[in-house]
Design a protein around this ligand. Structure first.
Ligand code: GLN
Length: 260
């Protein structure tokens, strides 16, 4: 078995260690003897890279880089991504990436930028004088099929997800499920208590950290989904000793005063 991991704009979109999500998926596949190819999805990439990916990863970006990406993706590339996510190809998108998958992004300076319209959400930056949403974030997975899958995978209880957020934009969901409910931190906008979004098999979140090494059960869920979608057969992954990751997660939760 072999997975092609598409990586959105590795040079423009990898703030706060988000490349760690790609490395985490790659290593967890290799430890199970699954072959992995990493395909950059950027300005230089052949369009066939977009057609070939089985799982897609997008990291965060500063506003200026995000705008370049949003303009470059419009058209054929956006259509392919839309069709793939719609039909169940899994993905994980952090911070600037979900913003660009939404309907639009209003930056602190300059005009509204059209998003790809894949996720029914909008993001508005309230201005450079308004404090950014910065700090550790912890949230429960609720209100979507991922939450149920993770519960089953972990034998009954879904672990609290931890990450680090740093964003100026505030995201408001339309007709799309949230990824979870904030226990500590800001999440999408610091007002409605929602964190991220979940669409088909795509995870959208404000949690950097990077997300997957800190919460490895999400990495395994993505790998399982990618294999099942590509090969149309169910699989069970060989367990990996994630004691250190779980201890790290627990330490953050303790610091945040969350008893879970
Ligand atoms: N442009 C975004 C914001 O500040 C994204 C930041 C990020 O990806 N970390 O809201």
């Amino acid at each position: 078995m072999e997975l092609n991991i598409g990586w959105l704009y590795p040079n423009l979109m990898s703030t706060y260690g988000d490349r760690g999500n790609v490395i985490c998926i790659q290593r967890r596949c290799q430890w199970r003897h699954l072959n992995v190819n990493i395909l950059p999805l950027d300005q230089e990439a052949d369009i066939s890279n977009f057609e070939k990916f089985d799982l897609v990863v997008g990291g965060g970006a500063q506003d200026r880089q995000q705008e370049i990406v949003m303009r470059d993706l419009q058209g054929k590339k956006a259509e392919i991504i839309k069709e793939k996510l719609h039909s169940g190809t899994p993905g994980v998108f952090t911070c600037g990436s979900p913003q660009l998958l939404g309907k639009y992004y209003e930056p602190a300076l300059g005009e509204r930028i059209e998003g790809l319209g894949i996720l029914d959400l909008v993001t508005k930056h309230p201005g450079q004088n308004v404090p950014r949403c910065i700090g550790n974030v912890a949230f429960e997975l609720v209100g979507n099929p991922l939450a149920d899958d993770i519960k089953k995978m972990m034998g009954g209880e879904s672990p609290v997800v931890v990450g680090f957020e740093n964003h100026g934009g505030r995201t408001y969901l339309g007709d799309v499920s949230p990824l979870g409910k904030v226990l500590s931190g800001y999440g999408n906008n610091g007002e409605d208590g929602f964190e991220g979004a979940f669409y088909q098999s795509a995870i959208a979140t404000y949690a950097h950290g990077p997300l997957l090494p800190k919460n490895p059960f999400l990495a395994d869920w993505l790998i399982v989904k990618a294999i099942e979608h590509k090969y149309q057969e169910t699989i069970t992954l060989t367990p990996i000793d994630d004691t250190l990751a779980h201890q790290g997660r627990k330490a953050i939760l303790k610091r945040l005063g969350i008893k879970k």
